[in-house]
Design a binder for this molecule. Sequence first.
Ligand code: SF4
Length: 265
Amino acid sequence: MTAKTTVKPTARLIEVFSAIQGEGLNVGTRQIFVRFALCDLRCHFCDSAHTWNAPSTCKIERTPGLRDFEVHSNPVPLPILLEWVERQNLPSLHDSISLTGGEPLLHAPFLALFLPQVRDITNLPIYLETGGHRPEQLAIILPYLDSVGMDFKLPSVSGESYWQEHAECLKLCHDSHLNVFIKIIVSQTTDPTELERAALLVAAVSPEIPVFLQPVTPLADSEKLTAKSILAPSPDQVLKWQALMKKFVPHVRVVPQTHKMLNQL
Ligand code: SF4
């Protein structure tokens, strides 16, 4: 008789901590952030290049918001991650759990097991931040999500191009009645025809989906791993681009990254 071996689910993490969300529809709310390692994109403006590869250790905040990190080995078994999230979940403190990265959808099989359990334990809504380019993986975890912040990557700014995948991901979220919004990073080099294409793509799914234009935050010297220096757009550019997109979708807001203003992690 052959012995049956069961693979225990594990995830490669960067960090777990409690913070104020600085982007998109949930801006200003308090979240437990679970930041996953690995990303398959290489956006020119990336401020999380440290997530591209899986480190041998991850940082876990002991007390919500105090940045009193413990260091643990990767990969992390599912029950241990549940314990860490539960420890963060002080009564009445958090509005939701944020799955971020990197690209969390690279961990879809793990998330399909983890999310129902973490929801049972915390009773908190689950929010996914994604590059919006992996519809197959998104479909796997869709039933466990409450809201999704999806990037549209403009080729003129990010160097990445995933129009078809963005359309598929957005449709999946909309058809599942999730609270979804689009985030588009804009810089001085933004091609307005790409913004028009993005607006038409959103309108084709539903004109009611909110779009956030996020002026790129210039990278600190220590973050300039991708070598290209990307400049924030001028006020004049942003005003024009918002007007351009509002011809097709009514809810276009311009919001910079507020967590950087607060000097938050
Ligand atoms: S998808 Fe996010 S983490 Fe990945 S390269 Fe782009 S900005 Fe960085």
